[in-house]
Write a protein of this length. Structure first.
Length: 193
């Protein structure tokens, strides 16, 4: 039997919903977590037919992109890849079985944030009010909203300021702790007296 062709078998499908097995740092997403399921796509890398570009969306704020090695077999295609030197380290491995009735994809990810991104396991206190929310990156240009022309950055800053004031009416402070596996704990909320 001929070996499967990863480009023609895997690059034609957009995997989404709970239609595939996905493990993140040893935890499987279950049917009840279907809202949190990522979207997975594979694209050909023209310069190297032994690899595919894996993109995982809707899991973290930014898409995860990683070149993975692919090993075609008669009944399944195995893939794996590793990335480091970014704000995170990531290892991915999995397999794809293009069965006649139902295609099966299984992915296991091991993800760890680096300290260069944010100080991990440290409490961050967010005090609500005037300057609790801020814009880090803004783009140039104008936008019209409610009959007024705003600089895009000014509009976002104004919206964030008003959100902070609104939240401060009920909540004075929130403590958040970020962990290396991309989870966080909301440890404490203090309500005004």
């Amino acid at each position: 039997m001929p070996l499967l062709n990863p480009e023609s078998e895997m690059c034609e499908i957009r995997f989404s919903g709970s239609a595939f097995d996905f493990q993140w740092n040893g935890k499987a997403l279950e049917v009840k977590d279907a809202w949190a399921y990522p979207v997975v796509e594979f694209d050909a890398i023209e310069s190297d037919t032994t690899k595919l570009q894996l993109t995982i969306s809707s899991l973290l704020p930014d898409d995860i992109k990683l070149a993975v090695d692919v090993v075609p077999g008669v009944s399944e295609i195995v893939f794996s890849g590793k990335s480091s030197g970014k704000p995170y380290d990531l290892e991915v491995e999995g397999y794809f079985m293009p069965q006649e009735e139902e295609k099966k994809l299984s992915i296991t990810c091991r993800y760890q944030m680096n300290e260069s991104c944010i100080e991990l396991d440290t409490p961050y206190d967010f005090h609500f009010g005037e300057d609790c929310l801020s814009l880090i990156v803004g783009g140039p240009g104008e936008v019209e909203w409610n009959g007024q022309v705003w600089e895009k950055t000014d509009l976002v800053k104004d919206v964030l300021r008003k959100m902070g004031q609104r939240v401060a009416q009920r909540t004075e402070m929130m403590r958040v702790i970020f962990h290396a596996d991309a989870t966080l704990d909301v440890c404490n909320m203090i309500f005004p007296v």
